[in-house]
Design a protein around this ligand. Structure first.
Ligand code: ZN
Length: 143
């Protein structure tokens, strides 16, 4: 592991999952089950975000499919602009508040100032993709 001389307590641990925006979760569950040769292991709605999600386990990795549940959902807007596809990369962090503080001090724009409840029993925070080469980055910490 690469050491982090700046601060040992704030670091990203691994990619937690990759989020994929889809138009129809039922169709995509069938499609990705064929790709992975295994069904999704759970579905969960996040009402505050206007999304329904499903999760697939692929070895050590997870894939999250996201479908909008209303037209104002960030997923609906993403699909409108860019079409279906990779929406975000989520990184597991040991201490989400410390990581948010560190990144804010580095000049990154946090889309939420306080960690919020995400799917899969996580506290989450997103970084604005304008400051990250267009990649929407999610920080997540197991609750
Ligand atoms: Zn996610």
């Amino acid at each position: 592991m690469i050491s982090n001389p700046k601060n040992q307590t704030t670091m990203m641990l691994k990619i937690e999952h990759i989020g994929i925006a889809v138009k129809n979760l039922e169709d995509s569950n069938t499609l990705f089950a064929k790709i992975f040769n295994a069904p999704h292991y759970k579905m969960e709605g996040v009402e505050s975000e206007g999304v329904m999600t499903s999760f697939f386990q692929v070895g050590e990795n997870k894939i999250e499919l996201l479908e909008a549940t209303n037209p104002e959902s960030p997923i609906a807007k993403f699909i409108e602009k860019k079409g279906e596809g990779i929406h975000h990369i989520a990184f597991d962090v040991a201490d989400i508040r410390a990581e948010m503080k560190r990144l804010e001090e580095e000049g990154f724009i946090l889309l939420n100032k306080e960690p919020k409840n995400g799917a899969d029993n996580k506290l989450v925070c997103f970084l604005h993709p304008k400051g990250t080469n267009g990649v929407l980055i999610e920080l997540c910490q197991e609750k």
